[in-house]
Design a protein around this ligand. Sequence first.
Ligand SMILES: Cc1cc2nc3c(=O)[nH]c(=O)nc-3n(C[C@H](O)[C@H](O)[C@H](O)COP(=O)(O)OP(=O)(O)OC[C@H]3O[C@@H](n4cnc5c(N)ncnc54)[C@H](O)[C@@H]3O)c2cc1C
Length: 368
Amino acid sequence: MKHHVLIVGAGFAGASVARVLAEAGHRCHIIDKRSHIGGNAYDHVDGAGVLIHPYGPHIFHTNSKRVFEFLSRFTDWRFYEHRVLAQVNGKLYPIPINRTTLNQLYGLNLTEEQAKEYLEKVREPRDTIRTSEDVVLNSVGKDLCEKFFRGYTRKQWGLDLSELSAGVAARIPTRTNDDDRYFTDTYQFMPAQGYGQMFRRMLDHPLISIELETDFAQVRDRFSGAHVVYTGPIDAYFNHCYGKLPYRSLRFEHEHLPDVPQFQAVGTVNYPNDHAYTRITEFKHLTGQTHTGTSIVREYPQAEGDPYYPIPRPENEALYKKYAELADKEETVTFIGRLAQYRYYNMDQVVAAALKAAEDLLARWNQE
Ligand SMILES: Cc1cc2nc3c(=O)[nH]c(=O)nc-3n(C[C@H](O)[C@H](O)[C@H](O)COP(=O)(O)OP(=O)(O)OC[C@H]3O[C@@H](n4cnc5c(N)ncnc54)[C@H](O)[C@@H]3O)c2cc1C
């Protein structure tokens, strides 16, 4: 039997599920409360003609051949390895910390072996790793922690390192070689014509229809018989009945600089200790676009605003579990994606989770 599916959210989660279900013959209607598809990965050309990411820089990287092959059906790729520098006391250093960072910061000339010994000497070993502070002190010790991590974390999350779950800092490696790439995944590419184009192709299917600027709450009743794939915030779905799940938000300050061919040496520069913003990204590095001017974005973290980052703390995870229990009882609703699963997912992880969710649904329907 073919189903009618209502998909709430046209980001990576919603679009991937829609494509798989439509190809299996099920009719999918996607709604999004925003005026565009693509969710937070949406990109568009600004007033000066530069391709920018309105919701902050999105760099695609994955180790999953399956995810890469799935998305490759809808886009060509541009090879791009992201590099980040951090400004500390007015100078720029590679981040993640590597041998170059140590040598330049401390005026040393360490070999790879000596860099290992150096970190071994300065690290503060912890028996139990509970918080992000434990992770950082355990791997690089106090001075590097203060210079590169504590201030950035305080700005980004509004919390001290010691108040954040270990998983946040564990995402950032420390290296003793000269590898200055931000990611080391097997596949590191940007969609050659942008994310918008990739999403348009993914959703271009006769069984997929799209309705923008439409909130789930408005159309819920119209689709009472349909299976729902919900990719919005899980607490909003249940009318915040257990209280609001905390999210961190951001304010993006976009700027075009005419007649400045290049603003900074790499895609992103972090400001752990200076300014109210955490980082500046220059889009032309990511997209490879040539233009006489350049466009940049400054990110100001804030408590209020659109929900961007689930805040990884044990009490928030406990609250999420209560919502997840309610979600389990909703047999005709699939909750998937960064907001519906309250998880710090990258784009590729969302796609992987969405492909799996769609396949599980198809398997279930085949048995009915
Ligand atoms: C600043 C920033 C930078 C990032 N950088 C990277 C990066 O470099 N690399 C990477 O891999 N990942 C990055 N990510 C993560 C990436 O954005 C997510 O993994 C991905 O966008 C999640 O897709 P999603 O479909 O789950 O959610 P979203 O993209 O958030 O899509 C959900 C959609 O649902 C819609 N929606 C919500 N509620 C409703 C409702 N009630 N009715 C109708 N529509 C609704 C929303 O409008 C939204 O469009 C970044 C995230 C942020 C915030």
